[in-house]
Design a protein around this ligand. Structure first.
Ligand code: ZN
Length: 143
């Protein structure tokens, strides 16, 4: 269990210095997503080779939660297979929609644990999930 202050620090650090921000030259998949309740908009791009994410990138405007989540997403999925990415997305979505604090955060979520505190604010959960739902939309094309 890490403290709320550390959570906030991790989120703000990703927001201030996003990983994998930008555009890919010729992405295999590209998807736009919006969260109208907050005004967040992200674009997720993936380079996929042999069923594996070689590179991921995002661009977007929005609140710190939505952009920090997008930054964590892109840095976490690079090198993973599409099946692993889908599983990670499902695990994170389940975590975000589970408000039981007693359950420990699955280890595979890594830094995403910093978004745990968001779960008590259903409106902000949409911010945290925006990039992930956008990612899943992009992967639907991969089926
Ligand atoms: Zn937001």
């Amino acid at each position: 269990m890490i403290s709320d202050d550390l959570y906030r620090e991790i989120i703000l650090e990703h927001y201030a210095h996003p990983r994998c921000k930008g555009k890919l030259e010729a992405p295999t998949f590209r998807q736009d997503g919006v969260n109208p309740t907050c005004g967040d908009a992200v674009t997720v791009e993936l380079d996929v080779k042999d069923n594996r994410v070689v590179r991921a990138a995002f661009e977007g405007v929005g609140c710190s939660i939505s952009l920090a989540s997008a930054s964590m997403l892109t840095s976490l999925i690079e090198g993973k297979t599409l099946d692993e990415v889908r599983e990670l997305a499902a695990t994170f979505k389940k975590r975000m929609l589970n408000r039981n604090d007693a359950e420990p955060c699955p280890e595979q979520l890594g830094e995403l644990e910093a978004l745990d505190g968001v779960r008590q604010y259903p409106v902000r959960v949409k911010c945290a999930l925006l990039a992930w739902n956008t990612l899943l939309g992009a992967l639907e094309e991969a089926l």
